[in-house]
Design a protein around this ligand. Sequence first.
Ligand code: NAD
Length: 255
Amino acid sequence: MSGGRLMLEGKTVLVTGATGGIGEAIVERLASSGATPVIHFSRGNTQAEALLARISGKGFIVQADLSHPSGARDLWQQARAVAGDIHGLVNNAGIRSEVTVEAEPEEWDAVWRREFQINFFAAADLCKEAILHFRERGDGRIINIASRAGLRGYVGNAMPYGATKAAILNLTKSIARSFGPEGVTAIAVAPGWVRTEMVQPRIDRSGEAAAVADIPIGRMAAPSEIGELVAFLLLSSQASLNGATIDVNGGSYIR
Ligand code: NAD
């Protein structure tokens, strides 16, 4: 392996939702770049154990349900307890729920609140803990996985998703502006469609051709593309990307 690929050596990085499609790719790429990933999962540890085995056991596993208001804080404490110092945080866990304006108020409320709890409040709580830890050392980076949906608006039957992603984009910018002077940097990634389980219902419903129709390169991103990008964004040398939103959408939304 070339020296260039080991440029994250000595860095411990907490990745939330690490057993999902994008999360696994991030963990694998971080490990092959020399970092020590902290693999977060919510349910069933088989996948987390298998992922840890794939990176030759060179990481840690932590469990937490981020739908619970105290889930993120518990997760941070566990991660610190098993891994010690943490140098990077990747807020990747997320859900995409559907609810229409015709829904009963109870359902509407429940979906909006759960979406914000998992996609935004948990990420914000983890950012808080990470900022406090990183500023002690004067160094640390946060990568927030947002979405194209947070930039251009989203479909009427999944509006909470777009709103949570817009919120996390704004949070990333506030952190970058406010804590950069203390060595805490933050970058957002805004993917369009990435080929994971999250997009399978869309493909099943309308077919592959329709799903990629508005993507000029004619395909969805592979999870490995996000993994590669996140490893790059975590390089110490990339501090000038502080506050940036990186589009990964094949040209389907050019700002
Ligand atoms: P995925 O469904 O494969 O993974 C989502 C992860 O979030 C899983 O590991 C899951 O366990 C975790 N998670 C869900 N609910 C949780 C809870 N209550 N507590 C803790 N963890 C929980 O989806 P993915 O495609 O890998 O998505 C990863 C991130 O990328 C998400 O934030 C998603 O919004 C974002 N994203 C995905 C796409 C796409 O097209 N796949 C596009 C843009 C952004």
